[in-house]
Design a protein around this ligand. Structure first.
Ligand code: KIV
Ligand code: ZN
Length: 508
């Protein structure tokens, strides 16, 4: 019989530690709901002590998201654990995840503690967390660079103290598969009662081996893998959820392990996380990259036409990747849009539906084929910008060779319109300057700009993601349109609106 591998998703915690990524509570809640649809076993929703925003997000997810266990991270101290427990209070199923480093290098330079002190803190933390929930995970940070004897002593003590999940992180992505598999086997052999708890691994991708190391650990007996959607995470990221899940599925005969994942939701989850986090998925990324199921060579195309499995080991339909079929057109009504959105998991309020329908009609006029991906992009954008203080009223620009690009932008706020014109290096730059002039946003710097097409074709909907910096904080804005300048202006305006919301207009 196939044994289960539990999928512990840390997109909202380690994934959010991706440089430049910052998600607000609403965005985290949207992702958590999608992770529940994907049917992950555990959602690590955040690190509540880190900031009031993190606390709020964990608490909101704990209250709203049913199904998976909701987990919160805490260092091995009472204050962190109290905050984690407080944030998790409303959850139906909760887990506290407490950690302390066990490698000599961390003990000496970071913690400045002896091995005895660290072991004691680990035990105290697990016991303290146990008063709040029976489900306590203990992680030995930097486990893969720790002395095996000491690590085993700490793990044994943590189990004795009541830990129900023991996690072995390869914190700095230093392990290689055969070695890491052996490491997990050794832990299983040496640590008493290890077979009575869930044995987890958490691999980072510094050498590009996070997925391989996690799979080697599964072969060696690990039964939980900690992963992030699209491989987001600190530095080079965490093991990618979609790659591990599809490796276990595709090589079922080899691994003989199963997950509870609803494969159909994989692609949508990847798109959603990419769009909200503002991190593009590289085209050649395994499983969810744009090229993952494209065949360029004539020989391959011919093979696939004759029999798909000649060159495809996974079926894109299984992961929900071929949903770009035409679903609605110019003549589709409000009701059809509502139905389709409900099928996609969006239940909009009446006013939201009105706006989404108006945008859909505009799009259907400009674009011949409107797909699920287009509709999702429009709706997400409509919901996202609906609370913005300043809305785009109009945009005009002149650009070309040998002329100075200029743009005029009109913004609406509470029924009043504000207008400015500016020049720039191109029409996008000129329009951004015009917005800065209207809002006096001179301390906001554009840090990153990304344009991608939602679907193929000349009339594709363009999605622009910008990251702006205000003082030391980063804010992400998004815009979609068939016109890339308009999409850019909407994205920039969205980001500036978020800055205003967070710091107040006067601070600009
Ligand atoms: O990489 C790591 O060690 C972590 C721990 C907190 C589990 O993220
Ligand atoms: Zn990590």
């Amino acid at each position: 019989m196939e044994e289960r591998v539990y999928i512990f998703d840390t997109t909202l915690r380690d994934g959010e530690q991706t440089p430049g990524v910052s998600l607000n509570t609403e965005e985290k809640l949207g992702i958590a709901r999608q992770l529940a649809r994907l049917n992950v076993d555990v959602i690590e929703a955040g690190f509540p002590v880190a900031s009031p925003g993190d606390f709020d997000a964990v608490q909101t997810i704990a209250r709203e998201v049913k199904g998976p266990v909701i987990c919160a991270l805490a260092r091995a101290n009472k204050n962190d654990i109290d905050r984690a427990a407080e944030a998790l209070k409303p959850a139906e199923r909760k887990r506290i995840h407490t950690f302390i480093a066990t490698s000599d290098i961390h003990l000496k330079y970071k913690l400045k503690k002896s091995r005895e002190e660290v072991l004691k803190l680990a035990v105290e933390a697990v016991k303290y967390a146990k008063q709040y929930t029976d489900d306590v995970e203990f992680s030995a940070e930097d486990a893969s660079r720790s002395d095996l004897n000491f690590l085993c002593d700490v793990l044994e003590a943590a189990i004795e103290a009541g830990a129900t999940v023991i996690n072995i992180p390869d914190t700095v992505g230093y392990a290689v598969p055969a070695e890491f598999g052996e490491f997990i086997r050794a832990i299983r052999q040496r640590v008493k009662k290890i077979d009575q708890v869930v044995l987890s691994v958490h691999c980072h991708n510094d050498l590009g081996l996070a997925v391989s190391n996690s799979l080697a650990a599964v072969q060696a007996g690990a039964n939980q893998v900690e992963v992030a959607v699209n491989g987001l995470g600190e530095r080079a990221g965490n093991a990618a959820l979609e790659e591990i899940v599809m490796a276990l599925y595709t090589k079922q005969n080899f691994f003989n392990r199963k997950t509870g994942i609803r494969y159909q939701e994989i692609y949508r989850t990847s798109r959603m996380v990419s769009s909200l986090a503002g991190v593009q998925v590289q085209p050649n990324k395994a499983v969810v990259g744009k090229n993952a199921f494209l065949h360029e060579s004539g020989i391959h195309q011919d093979g696939v036409l004759k029999e798909r499995t000649t060159y495809e080991i996974m079926n894109p339909e299984l992961i929900g990747a071929s949903r770009d079929n035409i679903v609605l057109g110019k003549h589709s009504g409000r009701h059809a849009l509502r139905e389709r959105l409900a099928e996609l998991g969006y239940n909009l309020k009446e006013e939201e539906l009105d706006k989404a329908f108006a945008r859909f009609k505009e799009l259907a006029d400009r674009k011949k084929e409107v797909t699920d991906l287009d509709i999702e992009a429009l709706v997400k954008n409509e919901i996202r910008i609906s609370g913005d203080l300043y809305q785009l009223a109009y945009l005009q620009f002149y650009s070309g060779t040998n002329i100075i690009p200029t743009a005029t932008v009109g913004l609406k706020r509470n029924g009043q319109t504000f207008e400015e014109a500016a020049c720039g290096d191109g029409p996008v730059d000129a329009a951004f300057h015009a917005i800065d002039k209207i809002l006096g946003a001179h301390h906001i710097a554009l840090d990153d700009y990304n344009l991608s097409a939602i679907t193929g074709g000349k009339d594709a909907l363009g999605e622009v993601t910008v990251r702006v910096r205000y003082q030391d904080r980063y804010f992400i804005g998004r815009g979609v349109s068939t016109d890339v300048v308009e999409a850019s202006v909407k994205a920039y305006l969205n980001a500036v609106n978020i800055v205003i919301q967070e710091v107040g207009e006067d601070a600009l």
